[in-house]
Write a protein that binds this ligand. Sequence first.
Ligand code: DHB
Ligand code: FE
Length: 309
Amino acid sequence: MAEIIWGLATSHVPAIGAAMDHHRTTDPYWKPLFDGYGPAREWMAEHRPDVVVVVYNDHANAIDLDVIPTFAIGTADHYAVADEGWGARQVPTVVGHPALSEHLVRSLVDEQFDITMLHQLEVDHGLTVPLSVYCPEPGDAWPSRVVPLLVNVIQYPQPTAERCLRLGEALGRAIRSFPEDITVAVFGTGGMSHQLAGARAGLINETFDRMFLERIETDPESLAALTREDYISQAGSEGIELIMWLVMRGALGAGLTRIHDTYHVPVSNTAAALALFQTPPARVLVGASTASAEAVGPIPSGAVGEARA
Ligand code: DHB
Ligand code: FE
């Protein structure tokens, strides 16, 4: 069966991708951000999953404003990189996993989440920047296949934060019921506080961001209880992208280990962050037989890597 091995929350600011593409990551402006990514990137390089499910939003690049699905899943075998107005980023084409996509769509529809299917999709900075955060030098190919899961965060009414957490829980069940023995990571992307236009353009709320970075691990239910108006008033009109982190968090479940996090201001108009969480192994060896993690009680965090290796 498929196993979720870790989850990544990360900002997707387009300038982060541009800084990498133009070799500016050691400039004084960018160095602190990329230094902050270092330990997470090293760990992820040693724990490459077969597939990453990237929970993200399109920014009216691939999906125009005539049709806005609340939740959608890409079901294609390839996703071209979108041209957002200055030429497509020179990063590899994103390779999909149609069988897993179709399984996720079916499982989520059966769990009452009415998912739009996208048989064709170009992917914008919302997906490619997180892939670059994960793997800065992919060469000719990304190291993992990708299933895009899209959330409407750009037009009212966005789904509630609670709906996103519940979708994530159902997503976790759906991934774990995929019959192939593959490893999966889930990315929650966007955030942190930011507002790109209007009277509050440039808004950053560090107190809210630090609260969110802590509770995404320890108390996601309290984040799910916030209204969309809470998100927008406290984190800015684009800060509501943070509800996508809750989809990732719901999929990961209980017993996480925080591998690394980092928070930096400013990145373009935002506060940017990364948080990386490892899940406990789905199964641990007990003598000659296997038992579920629940059946053998909590797993000491030091043993997690060993048990999986
Ligand atoms: C910026 C942030 C975003 O989340 C985005 O989608 C586009 C731009 C920015 O801060 O520049
Ligand atoms: Fe965005």
